[in-house]
Design a protein around this ligand. Structure first.
Ligand code: GNR
Ligand code: NI
Length: 175
């Protein structure tokens, strides 16, 4: 178990789709506790594998941030089967630290994925959990919440980040 460094925008690993996990090997199983450790340490409610620099379709989610083992979700090769309604609420990302914006997401989502033991399961999520599922699945497709904003807002934030990078004030790539 180990906390790994979190990769931040504009690292290319965050901006390209991740590869499917072909087989749940020992390596993959060992990686999942590290993903939870890293997420809890941040702290965050979700983490995608590319946020620790790994080009793999794996996400973990725990709205309780470690307080309730029942809230732990491991999603390997997740696919969205259905979405319902939409809502907009403030959203942030560990890879775009200190920016919070309203993002419109499905209120309900049904997702199919493999769990840590390779078993297929479905998760029916609502509200914040649905938001987290969609946020993490976006990461696996190389998308950030910035991609869900209006071009005007997105460009304003990107310019601010570029300015912070030049001033040495951005989290910087920790890889
Ligand atoms: O910790 C996180 N909080 C959060 C809040 C609203 C919507 C999405 C999220 S996910 C984020 C952690 C993260 O960046 N996961 O990729
Ligand atoms: Ni994120």
């Amino acid at each position: 178990m180990a906390v790994r460094p979190i990769v931040v925008y504009p690292d290319p690993v965050l901006l390209q789709p991740c590869r499917e996990v072909p087989e749940i090997t020992r390596e993959i199983r060992d990686l999942i506790p590290d993903m939870f450790d890293t997420m809890y340490a941040a702290p965050g409610i979700g983490l995608a594998a590319n946020q620790i620099g790994l080009d793999l379709r794996i996400a973990v989610i725990d709205l309780s941030v470690g307080k309730d083992p029942k809230d732990r979700h491991v999603l390997i090769n997740p696919v969205i089967l259905a979405t319902e309604l939409r809502f907009s609420e403030e959203e942030g990302c560990l890879s775009v630290p200190d920016f919070l914006e309203n993002v419109t997401r499905p209120r309900k989502v049904r997702v199919e994925a493999l769990d840590a033991s390779g078993k297929k399961f479905q998760l029916e999520a609502e509200g914040l959990l649905a938001k987290a599922v969609c946020h993490e699945l976006d990461h696996l497709d190389g998308l950030l919440f910035l991609n869900r904003l209006s071009p005007l807002k997105r460009n304003r934030i990107k310019k601010k980040i570029q300015k912070m990078i030049r001033a040495g004030e951005w989290a910087g790539s920790t890889r």
